[in-house]
Design a protein around this ligand. Structure first.
Ligand code: 5GP
Ligand code: ZN
Length: 114
């Protein structure tokens, strides 16, 4: 999609600190980190949300989670633990309508999330 922020990152039109580029996913640092480790894993293909990606291609969502674990390992937070978040829709405050998985780590997470 030409007007999508994360599609522009995939296309290299907007710079990002890419940490993983393999297969059908791309991972990069969140511009406004909410934890010492805060990465985003997206699909290279445009899907508006995790729900729509799952409906179109369930295996792709598995690839997102596998990439999330790989980048958590590379960031050194896999053993201490990390949180994966797919904000989906307005009540979850999804702000970018391109499927993305937040990988948060490096501190103890609180529950329930706000
Ligand atoms: P959402 O609120 O949709 O779950 O998450 C979108 C995330 O994208 C936010 O955490 C926000 O900080 C991040 N973000 C927004 N614009 C950019 C950008 O231009 N570059 C990067 N790397 N992250 C961005
Ligand atoms: Zn997109």
């Amino acid at each position: 999609m030409t007007d999508c922020l994360f599609c522009k990152i995939v296309a290299g039109e907007i710079p990002a600190k890419v940490v993983d580029d393999a297969g059908r996913t791309l991972a990069f640092a969140d511009i406004e980190p909410q934890a010492p480790t805060h990465l985003l894993v997206i699909t290279k293909e445009h899907h508006p949300s995790a729900a729509e990606a799952a409906a179109a291609d369930p295996a792709l969502v598995g690839e997102i989670v596998a990439t999330a674990h790989r980048v958590a390992q590379a960031a050194g937070v896999a053993e201490s633990g990390y949180r994966l978040v797919f904000n989906t829709g307005p009540d979850a405050n999804q702000t970018v309508p391109h499927v993305h998985c937040h990988v948060l780590g490096g501190r103890t997470m609180t529950w329930p999330p706000g």
